[in-house]
Design a protein around this ligand. Structure first.
Ligand SMILES: Cc1cc2nc3c(=O)[nH]c(=O)nc-3n(C[C@H](O)[C@H](O)[C@H](O)COP(=O)(O)OP(=O)(O)OC[C@H]3O[C@@H](n4cnc5c(N)ncnc54)[C@H](O)[C@@H]3O)c2cc1C
Length: 371
């Protein structure tokens, strides 16, 4: 069966696919989204929901700022709650405190230094042993468990057609073959996250694409409301805006000397709060082309112990899960056209919630010019 009539087929209903569908339907295109599962259950629902704008740098910061505006617009249009409490970055050593001073000096009002008392008031709890902190007021937060479904429902309302439980098998110029027939289309955007190699192994090889596997936990909140997202010293090595500061080398050296397991397990100790009050805490990072099916118990134990140290209180785990995202050492984004009319779009740094809405706008603008 050949289905007629799409200007654009998007493969994948994660945040990258939905972002492309949104900008395309706003541009007046007839859009079909094809998703292999009955609802999105990939990286886009397994994350912190942290729109981590301020800690980015360069091109990524530009796209993140564009995406931030789009989240606010989408929030209003799709009745999607967008939390505007920002992020608090907690420093627990002298080097971490110096790094925050450097960041604040570079960014002006976007980074507001906090006394430990003011940090405690914003956080809703007082981390013991805090050396300094900073508030990044522009950062946003969404609930990843509900955001994708809400955006998909909004897109359906705008006329986007969704084909759920439909696996895309093959792509050719103008044709998308699926388990439920073939769709004719002028253009295709392939937004399959870490599975680019399933369609285009050469593209994945060229970009040295690997699967980055993360461990996440959900715990009861020991201290009630924690309105902002919370980043810590390990986060200072992960986001370019922070890791490019002069004191980052000292932060790394301190961690290497005092807590090498945090670096070995690729820990980025951070948290966000769910609407029901539970805290999402994490995370660890392990990369390979094919993800290891086994979980090492030491990863979760390490994250839990560090988070208990941050709260100065024991935590009760309620749920655990794994998330996987695409990662490339070459560039933060992969956008390429391996065959005519078929564009692959993947965020390759673990910041798709922060950037996808901006990346898709830029990618679509390029495609519309050439269509
Ligand atoms: C644990 C974790 C925490 C994170 N925290 C954050 C955060 O707080 N902030 C942030 O900015 N980023 C965060 N990220 C990164 C972010 O979640 C990802 O960058 C983003 O979700 C990737 O979106 P995506 O649409 O490319 O992938 P996915 O959400 O994985 O979507 C890809 C979709 O394609 C579908 N698909 C694949 N193959 C086919 C096929 N053949 N046919 C049909 N459909 C197919 C899949 O079923 C899936 O639904 C985190 C990631 C993880 C894993």
């Amino acid at each position: 069966m050949v289905e007629l009539g799409s200007d654009l087929v998007v493969v994948g209903a994660g945040i990258v696919g939905l972002s492309h569908a949104l900008h395309a339907v706003r541009a007046g295109l007839r859009v079909t989204v094809v998703e292999r599962d009955e609802r999105a259950v990939g990286a886009s629902v397994r994350n912190f929901g942290h729109i981590c704008t301020t800690a980015q740098a360069g091109e990524v910061l530009e796209l993140a700022e564009a995406a931030r505006e789009e989240w606010l617009r989408l929030g209003a249009e799709a009745a999607l709650p967008i939390l505007e409490h920002g992020t608090v970055v907690v420093a627990r050593t002298g080097a971490q405190a110096r790094l925050l001073e450097e960041f604040a000096a570079e960014r002006g009002d976007a980074v507001r230094p906090l006394t430990s008392r003011a940090a405690g008031e914003l956080l809703g709890f007082a981390p013991p042993g805090i050396a300094a902190a900073a508030h990044l007021p522009a950062d946003l937060r969404v609930d990843p468990l509900t955001a994708s479904a809400r955006i998909a429902a909004h897109l359906e309302g705008l006329g986007v057609v969704f084909r759920w439980r439909t696996n895309v098998l093959a792509l050719e110029p103008g044709l998308v073959s699926t388990t439920r027939g073939t769709i004719r289309t002028a253009r295709t955007v392939v937004a399959v996250g870490h599975d680019v190699d399933r369609f285009f192994p050469d593209v994945a090889d060229e970009h040295r694409l690997v699967r980055c596997r993360l461990r996440m936990l959900e715990v009861d909140a020991p201290a009630g409301a924690v309105p902002p997202a919370v980043l810590t010293g390990t986060s200072m090595l992960r986001y370019d805006g922070l890791s490019q500061q002069p004191s980052a080398a000292d932060v790394r050296a301190e961690l290497l000397a005092g807590s090498p397991a945090l670096l070995e397990q690729g820990v980025n100790l951070m948290l966000t709060q769910r609407p029901d009050g539970r805290l999402v805490i994490g995370d660890t990072h392990h990369s390979a082309v094919t993800e290891d099916p086994f979980e090492d118990e030491t990863s979760d134990a390490l994250v839990l112990a560090e988070m208990e140290r941050l709260f100065g209180a024991p935590l009760t785990v309620r749920r655990r899960w794994r998330g996987v995202y695409a990662s490339s050492p070459k560039a933060p984004f992969l956008v390429t056209e391996p065959i005519p009319g078929v564009t692959v779009a993947s965020v390759t740094t673990g910041i798709g919630m922060t950037t996808a809405l901006g990346l898709a706008k830029r990618t679509l603008a390029g495609l519309l010019v050439t269509t």
